[in-house]
Unconditional design. Structure first.
Length: 157
């Protein structure tokens, strides 16, 4: 599996500002409210195990784009309404595009534990209310799943 995008969960809306393509394949871009719903963060989740070209198609012309953290040494090229960058492998990073943030979250391939797991499947919004984890339990949120609610592990080991 060289590149794997994660699905847009049912019941969510795609980000109107950005579309992300990795090696030409589209990756769902979602938004999440921040600061009491007055602003939104845009993000995409993927697995990437080899070098790839990333292209972001923006809703309007782009003036400036930069990759963060700067310590990664990656540069973004902005041309008209597109931003391009090369990734040597999957990384967690932020793209600042004309003052707006787009976060790219790389997920390492893994398998959930087999015992005492609360598992939430990719591609869905799970409205859980409140979850109280107890000692020995694992909360497993698959990449591409959205969990809405409160999770507590008070006194759990």
């Amino acid at each position: 599996m060289a590149f794997r995008p994660f699905p847009q969960p049912i019941g969510t809306r795609a980000c109107p500002r950005f579309r992300v393509f990795v090696q030409g394949r589209e990756c769902a871009v979602l938004t999440a409210p921040v600061e009491r719903g007055t602003d939104f963060a845009s993000f995409a989740t993927y697995t990437l195990e080899e070098p790839a070209e990333v292209e972001v198609v923006c809703s309007g012309p782009v003036g400036r784009a930069s990759v963060h953290p700067r310590s990664l040494g990656l540069d973004a090229e902005a041309v008209e309404s597109r931003v391009r960058l090369g990734l040597p492998r999957g990384r967690n990073l932020g793209l600042r595009i004309d003052g707006a943030w787009l976060y790219l979250f790389h997920v390492e391939p893994s398998e959930p534990p087999t015992r005492d797991v609360l598992r939430f499947e990719s591609g869905f919004v799970h409205r859980v209310g409140r979850i109280e984890l107890r000692s020995g339990q694992t909360l497993w949120i698959e990449p591409g799943a959205v969990l809405q609610g409160v999770v507590r592990a008070s006194g759990a080991e």
